[in-house]
Design a protein around this ligand. Structure first.
Ligand code: IVH
Length: 692
């Protein structure tokens, strides 16, 4: 065997290998070699083909990578025009019924004649293209254009692995395949994640992604996008005797190695069409790509012929749509909702819009980071999506439609009318501080005990068996108590009287008394139960027991620094931060004081963890002037509770001076000595241990 024979064999072997690995990777989603090994095979083939141009084949996998960017797309005249399709306006069964009635009328079928057979398939929401195969070889691909003339996008289409460069079996001398380029939602999300990491603009949705990619002059862009293809019909054909039906035609295309979607049936009569429409409608959220309806086609090609066309639409096909999952509307405001666990969610208040089958006036923006990333602002025109039962969300803003105004002092400089969104620093429901979790992404209200948004959860948890064990206080009763306004926080429970309870619906005298009794009984508890009952985030029953054992008293726990907390086995930085945040919140401390005042008590003991590790241990404070919200005694208590000392005069030993309105000589003295001066907010920040 001579050298070029060896090279030819090697090239053939390499192509076979590369294609097999490609199939494993793209179709079976089960890679068989590492990326590096695959790249090595690919590189070897490309080098071999470059060295021996005679070895190049048009269906070689190296041909998918695409050539140089084009100047412009060449026009392609469609030998058989690419038609559009009529749409039934009704979203219910009548859509199928109307189409079937029209077909029967046009075919002059009497009512008692057999049902017409239809091919029912999905209406893919992508971009229509036509693929030309000559003697099985993919030679040209075009967009639909105006239906008569499209654009030559062969380079881009060759990058799509679903499209065979050579058909399998015994393809005819000429076959034009019509179908849709689309993207799977998951693949798009994955692509967008990587695009964002590279600092590129993400794709708005699969359809725009598919259409936009195919219309790029540089084929390397299409190659980088997760494009897919489904065949759903044919154009010009030569030298092939067509099967008798559309469904068999699709079977034949599949046998040529073309991807044909499996979600298709042959249906008889309109009822089976309507059932298909229903079934696919239910499946829609689970179908990995977007569809905007189903398509019905008269199955018999002979009947299709006799039905013919009306202007640019065939009489033998119809699209039966679903309510659109995406729509445009305007953001009127951005509200912040507090969930049952205290998580803050920005929500766009929208000009009501019909999407996904319902009128939507609120859409979630998930979290602050998402709002920033999408840069959604009041006044923006946005794309809203509601798919299946999923909560409506804002997908993207339409940048061109953002309201702008002249910049101050320079009327030619246009700036957005509204600033970027920012989450509030205090809870809109209860005014407690907002704290950050999970790398700063989740913002949460720290007023777990006092926040009305969290009241239901907090009360149920407080009363639960392993917490304060208030027998008979279940979710229905908690709802009633909240609704009646009698109970807002756990301490309110201890102020309930049987006559107050008697006013509640379905509350007999006996059960009212029983409840009062079990509330009273819960007063005698243990420190561990009480700590658990507070519902501190990330503090479960066993952590609560550990905390009670190690600190021995509630005040020792309240004053513990994050560092001291982390000494406890089981307590890491996240749990420690939750505890510190909880006790730093004045509202929570006040609620605890109310509970103690109401008679809740437990045994305390000398802790094994040291209270001297309190946040303010060894620090001396001087208070001067009037603070905006804290009384002098409150501030003193807070400082002392954190292990600090409060002194009456400023000296070199003073660590901080806390100054309010009308602070006098002490403030001057502090300035002289260069001592740190804080206002009330600064003190609270220091207490929370957030030094920023
Ligand atoms: S058949 C004879 N089948 O819908 C009608 N079209 O207006 C020719 N489409 O953008 C089209 N899924 O790309 C047909 N299963 C399907 C389809 C489908 C989506 C698109 C097509 C074109 C529009 C037709």
């Amino acid at each position: 065997m001579n050298a070029s024979g060896g090279a030819r064999d090697r090239a053939r072997w390499l192509r076979g290998e590369i294609e097999a690995h490609n199939r494993a990777y793209y179709e079976l989603d089960a890679p068989t070699v590492s990326d590096a090994a695959f790249d090595a095979l690919f590189r070897e083939l490309r080098e071999l083909e470059a060295a021996h141009p005679g070895l190049m084949t048009p269906d070689s996998p190296t041909q998918r990578v695409g050539g140089k960017p084009l100047e412009q797309f060449a026009p392609v005249a469609h030998a058989v025009p690419m038609l559009s399709i009529q749409t039934e306006t009704e979203h219910d069964a009548s859509g199928a019924q109307h189409f079937d009635a029209r077909v029967r009328r046009e075919l002059s079928l009497a009512d008692d004649l057999a049902d017409v057979a239809y091919a029912a398939e999905l209406k893919f929401d992508g971009l229509a293209v036509s693929l030309r195969f000559e003697h099985g070889l993919f030679t040209q691909g075009a967009t639909r254009g105006d239906g008569v003339t499209g654009e030559d996008v062969t380079q881009n289409l060759k990058t799509i692995r679903d499209i065979p460069l050579r058909l399998a079996g015994m393809p005819p001398p000429l076959l034009e395949v019509r179908g849709e380029v689309y993207m799977c939602r998951d693949a798009l999300a994955h692509y967008n994640e990587k695009a964002r990491a590279r600092g590129e603009k993400p794709l708005v949705n699969p359809r725009n992604g598919a259409a936009g990619s195919i219309r790029q002059l540089d084929p390397s862009i299409a190659a980088s996008r997760p494009l897919r293809f489904f065949a759903y019909g044919i154009g010009a054909v030569e030298g092939w005797s067509l099967p008798a039906t559309h469904s068999e035609l699709l079977d034949a295309l599949a046998a040529f190695g073309l991807p044909v979607c499996a979600h298709r049936i042959v249906a008889r009569g309109w009822r089976e069409l309507a059932d298909f429409h229903d079934l696919i409608g239910k499946e829609r959220p689970r179908i990995p790509f977007d569809i905007d309806g189903v398509v019905y086609k008269v199955d018999s090609l002979a009947l299709q012929n006799s039905l013919g066309f009306r202007s640019r639409e065939p009489r033998w096909a119809v699209a039966h749509k679903y309510p659109a999952e995406e729509a445009r509307t305007v953001v009127m405001a951005i509200d912040v909702q507090v969930g049952r666990t205290g998580a803050l969610t920005p929500v766009a208040k929208l000009q009501p819009v019909f999407v996904g089958g319902v009128t939507v006036s609120n859409a979630t923006l998930h979290n602050e980071e998402e709002v920033r990333r999408k840069d959604v602002r009041v006044g923006d025109t946005v794309i809203v999506r509601r798919a299946g039962d999923v909560i409506p969300e804002v997908v993207a803003t339409v940048a061109e439609l953002r309201p702008m105004k002249s910049a101050e002092g320079d009327f030619l400089d246009r700036v957005p009318c509204h600033p970027p969104f920012e989450l509030p620093v205090t809870c809109p429901q209860c005014g407690s501080h907002v704290v950050r979790e999970e790398g700063g992404i989740v913002a949460r209200c720290s007023g777990g005990l006092v926040c009305p948004a969290q009241a239901r959860g907090a009360l149920l948890h407080f009363a639960s068996r392993r917490a304060m064990d208030i027998e008979g206080l279940g979710d229905k009763l908690v709802d009633q108590l909240i609704a009646s306004g009698q109970v807002k926080t756990p301490a309110d429970l201890y102020a309930l009287t049987s006559s107050m309870l008697a006013s509640l619906e379905r509350m007999g005298e006996k059960s009212a008394e029983n409840l009062i009794h079990s509330i009273k009984k819960s007063c005698d508890t243990s420190l561990a139960r009480f700590i658990f009952a507070l519902g501190i985030r990330n503090v479960g029953e066993s952590t609560a027991k550990e905390l009670a054992r190690c600190f021995g008293s509630l005040s020792a726990l309240q004053n513990a620094s994050a560092a001291a907390l982390e000494e406890i086995p089981d307590v890491g930085p996240v749990v420690a931060k939750s505890i510190v945040d909880f006790f730093a919140e004045t509202h929570n401390r006040e609620e605890i004081a109310r509970l103690v005042e109401a008679g809740v008590r437990w045994e305390e003991h000398e802790g094994v963890a040291s209270a001297a590790t309190g946040r303010f241990a060894g620090k001396t404070f001087v208070l001067t002037g009037t603070l905006p919200s804290l009384k002098r005694e409150d501030a003193k208590e807070l400082i002392e509770a954190a292990g600090g000392k409060v002194s009456g005069s400023v000296s070199k030993k003073t660590s901080y001076v806390i100054a309010g309105e009308e602070a006098g000589s002490k403030l001057d003295r502090a300035r002289e000595l260069g001592i740190a001066i804080l206002d009330e907010a600064g003190l609270l920040q220091l207490l929370r241990g957030d030094d920023s």
